[in-house]
Design a protein. Structure first.
Length: 86
């Protein structure tokens, strides 16, 4: 079995790319951060805005991504576009 070589730094880059993909798709669908936040059960945009930009080490978890994919009517795999794991 291969040992995991993903560093904290490379994981942060993955989180950032996921956030940017969510943001791109959300904007393409013309849905505001507030509308998306409310649709997934949040009362404010804080989670969405911080996770899209990976601010303060905040990132989307799998529950967020499942709900967001449902609201945006996209395949959850779309959020992982252009992510390469070596």
């Amino acid at each position: 079995m291969k040992e995991c070589t993903i560093t904290d730094e490379s994981m942060m880059e993955i989180y950032k790319k996921i956030g940017l993909n969510v943001k791109r798709i959300r904007k393409d669908k013309k849905i505001s951060q507030l509308n998306l936040a409310m649709a997934i059960g949040h009362k404010a945009v804080g989670t969405i805005s911080m996770c899209e930009l990976c601010i303060n080490n905040k990132h989307f978890n799998i529950e967020h991504l499942c709900k967001i994919a449902n609201v945006l009517d996209v395949d959850i795999n779309d959020f992982f576009k252009d992510i390469v794991i070596n």
